[in-house]
Design a protein around this ligand. Structure first.
Ligand code: NDP
Length: 263
């Protein structure tokens, strides 16, 4: 099936690692021009180098912290200057917070609120005028199954993921008359930068990454029996962002290996 992505202009926040990087690669392979951002200059250079070598000037890579409104607006200006507009926005930047109610201080709740909400609000607000001018506009919010299925050891992330789900639904309703579709994916556990960091922090003497991941998949009840690979959510994101999904808005797609306990 041709997704119809050829020639579209895509923005991927947090595109320097894991799911964002896999999404940027897939969108480029499908013929998009892709702008990606991240905060860390070295990670940005490492991600952008091979992409530029493979896809040339269809790649734009900029340093940008999505929590900094001025930086997001500067990123938007760079994208519009280079690509003349934007058709797709993938709000992917972020990370989870491991903490229970007992050990989440008020400041941490505030930090997590800012990360989860403003990583969506700032880029969406900045790119919306460009998206409104597109004939095929789509926003994809990378969210987590924690929105529906909270985990006590990620209490703040879970609660705020539920809020982001609610926000994405409201945006889909408000933006529909502007012909901007908004959908979300709800991730289970996908092997990426943040899980590599947790493996390094948690693995016990000599445990390989594969052993640690297999144990984790069993503990978490992942029916498919393994963690996801970044390319798997990337495929779901590319589909929802594409003209092939032209009648889909306000939807949430679980990409979680069947771990969901809810119908
Ligand atoms: P990675 O850590 O591999 O990648 C995160 C990306 O986001 C990096 O490019 C990082 O670059 C960037 N980033 C983080 N904070 C900011 C910021 N404030 N501004 C701009 N860029 C930022 O993680 P994943 O690929 O696993 O995660 C992608 C998204 O999916 C995240 O939002 C995560 O919370 C979510 N998710 C992932 C799950 C999983 O199992 N992997 C499960 C549920 C949700 P840099 O640090 O240089 O800024």
């Amino acid at each position: 099936m041709d997704l119809g992505l050829e020639g579209l202009r895509a923005v991927v926040t947090g595109g320097t690692s894991g799911i964002g990087l896999a999404t940027a690669k897939l969108l480029l392979a499908e013929g998009c021009r892709v702008a990606l951002c991240g905060r860390d200059a070295a990670r940005l250079a490492d991600a952008a180098g091979p992409l530029r070598a493979a896809f040339g000037d269809r790649v734009l890579a900029e340093r940008c912290d999505v929590l900094d409104k001025a930086q997001v607006e500067a990123f938007r200006d760079a994208v519009v200057a280079r690509f003349g507009g934007a058709d797709i926005l993938v709000n992917n930047a972020g990370q989870g917070r491991l903490s229970t109610f007992a050990d989440t201080a008020d400041e941490a709740w505030g930090d997590e609120f800012r990360l989860k909400f403003f990583s969506v609000i700032h880029p969406t607000r900045a790119f919306l005028p460009a998206l409104e001018k597109s004939a095929s506009a789509a926003v994809v919010v990378v969210n987590s199954l924690l929105a529906r299925q909270p985990e006590p050891h990620m209490v703040a992330t879970s609660a705020l993921r539920a809020g982001v789900q609610n926000l994405a639904k409201s945006m889909s309703v408000e933006f529909a008359p502007k012909r901007v579709r908004v959908n979300a994916i709800l991730l289970g556990i996908v092997d990426s930068g943040q899980w590599q960091r947790r493996y390094e922090a948690q693995a016990k003497g000599g445990e390989t990454k594969e052993q640690w991941m297999a144990k984790l998949a069993k503990e978490k009840g992942i029916l498919i029996g393994r963690l996801g690979r970044p390319e798997e959510p990337a495929a779901a994101i590319a589909f929802l962002a594409s003209p092939a999904a032209s009648f889909i808005t306000g939807a949430s797609l679980e990409v979680a290996g069947g771990v969901s306990r809810f119908a």
